[in-house]
Design a binder for this molecule. Sequence first.
Ligand code: UDP
Ligand code: MG
Length: 309
Amino acid sequence: MDKISIIVPCYNEEKALPGFYRVTSEAVTDINGTECEFLFVDDGSRDHTPDILESLCRTDSRCRYISFSRNFGKEAAMYAGLQNASGDYCVFMDADLQHPPQLLKEMYHVLKTEGYDCCAGLREDRTGENKLRSLLSRTFYRIIRKTCKLDMGDGKGDFRMMSRAMADSILELKEYNRYMKGIFSFVGFDTKWIPFHNVERTAGETKWSLRSLFRYAVDGILSFSSAPVTMAGTTGALLILAAVLTGVWALIFDGGLTGIPLLICLILLLNGVQMFFISILGQYVSKDYMESKKRPIYIVKKRGGFSGT
Ligand code: UDP
Ligand code: MG
């Protein structure tokens, strides 16, 4: 019998948790040939979340929980959940029922019968979400797709069921600044996307302010791309070009490079050269930064012909 680990990061979710547990428990009993475990990670909640988890564990032997000493963030909670999950398949779910439990059955079916390693929910719309937040999120995903060359997009969230092999490969990425959407894409494996409609959270409030979302976005870009450093280099090169053009223009049309044109030319040139060399320095630092993450050089999906396989 296959075991599915349902990993649920929880931060101040006392209002949403009882509903989540009820609806998700019902949904998993519907998946034939499987057993499940609930792995709740209390991310330093300051409400009664730990008490609710304690009582769930007392009444249902499929439930386990870990409580953090303080709020470490959703990414840390997902990592801890995965580290402690014992299932053949692992799935991340938010506690607010924004990830429809009814999809679990289809996700399992896709992994089991269609040869995929991962089946993920693709949120099709942003109904009920703050307009400014939607616009900023969409802009961010446009930027990150251009800069990181990884398959990350609007609506491609954390709600995904994955094979043990994929879960283990995610655990191999031990970097401290974790950006899970990038990590999912980095480890590869075949993913099938199944669309679902956005629903408002059942109870409680979102934990993300615009400020924390912005910080998360910057973290995401810096974790997987050195594009900002390259941008500095390009700007430097453009400034040098502008200095040359100003000089040539002054020589041809102004009868010589003196006075204000000379001053402009020098300012552009000095700033351009400075920026260009800062970007070269940045390239070395960013290479070293990527090295320090000690990411695996490759990830094996399958082996054949070796003794014992
Ligand atoms: N969460 C967490 N730690 C945090 C913030 C959020 O574990 O620091 C959990 C939260 O309890 C929920 C999930 O991450 O289960 C998604 O959070 P939320 O619903 O607030 O995000 P949104 O859906 O608004 O993007
Ligand atoms: Mg939510």
